[in-house]
Each structure stands twice: as structure tokens, then as C-alpha cells.
Design a protein around this ligand. Structure first.
Ligand code: ATP
Ligand code: MG
Length: 194
């Protein structure tokens, strides 16, 4: 394979330092050429709980990775109609001589049984399970997966917590990159009700 590309899918509502730690650490640990931050267009499992538009979430990710070597935003899912299906996105990103490595947190791996086109996913990507201290070892359901396990530093933050903080006027400094905080304010996202 001439090119190895990591793919970190997420809603990124908003992107935070936990996401960036994972992408950068996996890229380094596995010597990947690039890691794509794949922004979910229509995350059907979170319907009704997604706050910012796909365009805004993509712009925040682009801001977050602008200064980080080897990390890039991907608009593949945002540009496609309909619900987000990982296998569809991997197909769109596939190319001859390119190995795709799908990066998943332990929580996401535990949820794989619910995925549409799960069996097709197996042939499209190697799975990278990121483990934070205290996580149990998890593997994708069924046999025949190519899997790597990578330990990453634990940053105890979620997008849900960031949104709650922002809408209640508490700080997200240290949890979200400064440039992203500025972009959130510029776009008027997650603002306290007034
Ligand atoms: P939510 O609060 O809505 O669940 P989130 O913070 O988990 O949001 P997602 O966009 O759902 O953000 O996450 C994308 C991916 O990043 C998932 O695979 C998730 O496991 C992983 N992830 C999220 N937060 C962290 C974190 N703090 N450390 C490591 N991985 C994380
Ligand atoms: Mg989550």
C-alpha cells in the first residue's frame, strides 16, 4: 500500500481536544500519512440531538485541524444526501493503493452491531480501536476484521459537555482549541438563550 489514511468519523458538535488527541496519537502510533476528520452529515442515531448544521460542524473541524500537521477535514458525508452510513463513506474514500484505517473509540466499537452495511465495512477498512486508560478491551463483532489497538491519553470531555458549558456560559478553554472557540462565537453557535 502506498498510502495509509486514518478516518475519524464523528458528529463533531463541536469538535474538541479529545478528538484531536485521538487523531494525532493514532497517526503517530501507526505512522499514517494523514488522518481525515469525517464529519457526519445526517447522524441518524443522534437525530434530534444534533445542534449545529453540517456546514458549521465542518467549518469548526477545518478550523481545529488548520494548525495540526497531518490532520484534515473531510466533507464526503456532508456532501452526500441521506443518513450517514460508514461503509458508503469508506467506499467514497477508497482508491487503488490506499489503505483506510477507521478509528473508533471503545463506545463506538460497542455500537457497531447496529451499523447498516456492517459486513461490507470489514473489507473496506482496518479498524483502529482507541483505548483510554480504564477502558475494557473491545473488538468489532464477528470474525475477519483487521484490527489495531492504540492507547491514547484520556481527556475527559465530550461534545455534549461542551455544548452544555457554552449554553450556560461556562468556559470551554482547555477543552476546545482557542481558534475553534473564536469560530463558535463568530458563528453564534451554542449561544446561551436570551
Ligand atoms: P457526544 O457527546 O454527542 O457523544 P462526542 O464528544 O462523543 O459527542 P463524537 O463526534 O460523537 O463526539 O465522537 C466522535 C468519535 O470521537 C467517537 O468515536 C468517540 O468515541 C470519540 N471521542 C469522543 N470524545 C472523546 C474523548 N474525550 N477521547 C477520545 N475519544 C473521544
Ligand atoms: Mg459520544
Amino acid at each position: 500500500m502506498s498510502e495509509r489514511i486514518g478516518v475519524l468519523g464523528g458528529t463533531f458538535d463541536p469538535v474538541h481536544n479529545g478528538h484531536l488527541v485521538v487523531a494525532a496519537e493514532v497517526r503517530h502510533a501507526l505512522g499514517l500519512d494523514r488522518v481525515l476528520m469525517l464529519v457526519a452529515g445526517d447522524p441518524w442515531q443522534k437525530r434530534g440531538r444534533v445542534v449545529a448544521s453540517a456546514a458549521d460542524r465542518l467549518a469548526l473541524v477545518a478550523t481545529a485541524v488548520a494548525d495540526v500537521e497531518g490532520l484534515e477535514p473531510s466533507a464526503v458525508e456532508v456532501e452526500r444526501e441521506g443518513p450517514t452510513v460508514t461503509a458508503d463513506s469508506l467506499e467514497a474514500l477508497s482508491a487503488p493503493g490506499r489503505e483506510l484505517l477507521l478509528i473508533l473509540g471503545a463506545d463506538a466499537v460497542a455500537n457497531m452491531g447496529t451499523w447498516r452495511r456492517l459486513d461490507d465495512t470489514r473489507g473496506l477498512a482496518t479498524i483502529v480501536v482507541v483505548e483510554r486508560a480504564g477502558d475494557l478491551d473491545v473488538d468489532p463483532p464477528g470474525d475477519g476484521w483487521r484490527v489495531h489497538h492504540v492507547r491514547v491519553p484520556r481527556i475527559d470531555v465530550s461534545s455534549t459537555e461542551c455544548r452544555e458549558r457554552l449554553t450556560t456560559g461556562r468556559p470551554v478553554d482547555g477543552l476546545v482549541p482557542e481558534s475553534v472557540i473564536a469560530e463558535i462565537r463568530r458563528r453564534g453557535l451554542y449561544a446561551p438563550p436570551r
